[in-house]
Design a protein around this ligand. Structure first.
Ligand code: NAD
Ligand code: UD1
Length: 343
């Protein structure tokens, strides 16, 4: 029942590791800690009362990966590892093509090689894709058959990996691949012991709001209030990371059971504006979140939310947590760990 989680010490991977263990799987965390902290492993052990197996290394190292797969013989792999900062990807496109696309190629080749020698290691993969592959959607809610496009190298890398997986499944029907397009993951584990720990100034809304509420930043810049949305600010489908973690468990169960590959949205099907998030966070934290209206951020879309019906139909999964719960859990993590894992 071993499942290998590349990038398993990261934000979404760490929550998924717990959900997998709670569902009876044996997660093995693989990470090079490029964007995470080894203390995560202690927190995971503390939450579940049992240590987690760790393989520290780089997914770009194919021979090493083969060794990891041969040692653990996982029945499935979840591929979280990669870089994810949109702005950085515009400045450093090769970093993104190398680590994201190169990392995926390395993993797929290692899985292919090991599966050819060892029938216990079936090539079963869950891949972390993103709503970013929908570019600027013509309408909402977004279904999986919407046209895909990219507006930055990060999004481009996700698109290329999706296409690689489609080609691989067509050529080699033994592969079982679940592609999960996450909308906007937020929140933290209810223990308050693990959560999102962005390096430097957060690019994304919820961690920025949390740092304003805890007093680390003076105010939030609201990027535009003249969008064609109810209050003029951008609308997104925020999804609790715990719901996302449950989505990975459901995806693995579907792949290991029915065995057909799929691509699904993981979102709530509801949109919330920037000001909705500010209000909900103030309510959850009991702290003010001062904000100023700033110009629109380049590349932002007015609104983006999922039609999550296919995930319900194929995986029996749906998001359960409300925006208030997302804010309450994000606040518990932020206030207990004002400097993240360095607190
Ligand atoms: P994260 O940065 O917290 O986690 C990624 C982990 O991968 C980190 O622990 C990092 O150290 C590790 N890693 C990076 N490169 C590696 C390499 N070459 N070898 C081994 N480990 C490596 O990010 P996250 O938010 O948990 O995102 C996980 C995945 O989900 C990413 O692929 C990301 O693109 C995707 N995604 C995230 C979001 C989001 O908003 N968080 C939205 C959509 C999709
Ligand atoms: C971002 C990424 C996207 C990724 C998604 C996943 C960018 C441009 N896009 O999308 O590729 O798939 O995260 O979570 O980074 N906002 C503010 N002030 C801030 C920060 C954000 O007003 O300081 C607004 C934004 O304009 C947007 C909303 O908050 O309307 C959400 O922004 P953010 O959290 O960055 O997510 P996305 O832009 O949806």
């Amino acid at each position: 029942m071993k499942i290998l989680l590349t990038g398993g010490a990261g934000y979404i991977g760490s929550h998924t590791a717990i959900a997998l263990r709670e569902a009876g799987f044996e997660p093995v965390v693989l990470d090079n800690f490029a964007n995470s902290h080894p203390v995560v492993m202690e927190r995971l052990a503390h939450i579940t009362g049992q240590p987690f197996q760790l393989e520290q290394g780089d997914v770009l190292d194919t021979p090493w990966l083969e060794g990891v797969l041969r040692r653990h013989r996982p029945i499935g792999v979840v591929h979280f590892a990669g870089d994810k900062a949109v702005g950085e990807s515009v400045a450093l496109p090769l970093k993104y093509f190398h680590n994201n696309i190169g990392g995926a190629v390395s993993l797929l080749r290692a899985m292919e090689t090991v599966a050819a020698d060892d029938p216990a290691v079936a090539p079963t993969l869950v891949f972390s894709s993103s709503a970013t592959v929908y570019g600027d959607p013509a309408t909402v809610p977004i279904t999986e058959d919407f046209p895909r496009s990219h507006t930055n190298p990060y999004g481009h890398s996700k698109l290329v990996i999706e296409d690689m997986l489609t080609a691989l499944c067509a050529a080699r029907p033994v592969w079982r691949v679940g592609t999960l397009r996450y909308f906007n993951p937020v929140g933290a584990h209810p223990s308050g012991l693990i959560g999102e720990d962005p390096a430097g100034i957060p690019n994304n809304l919820m961690p920025y709001v949390a740092q304003v509420a805890v007093g680390q930043r003076e105010h939030l810049n609201v990027y535009g209030n003249d969008y064609a949305t109810p209050d003029g600010t951008g609308v997104r489908d925020y999804i609790h990371v715990q719901d996302l973690a449950a989505g990975h468990v459901a995806a693995l169960k579907a792949l290991l059971g029915r065995g057909e590959s799929f691509t699904v949205n993981l979102g709530t099907g509801r949109g919330h504006s920037v000001l909705d998030v500010v209000r909900a966070f103030e309510q959850a934290s009991g702290r003010p979140v001062p904000y100023r209206i700033a110009p629109r951020r380049a590349g932002d879309v007015a609104q983006c939310w999922a039609d999550p019906a296919l995930a319900m139909r194929l995986l029996g999964w749906q998001a359960r947590h409300t925006l208030d719960e997302m804010c309450a859990d994000a606040w518990r993590w932020q206030s207990g760990n004002p400097n993240g894992y360095r607190s």
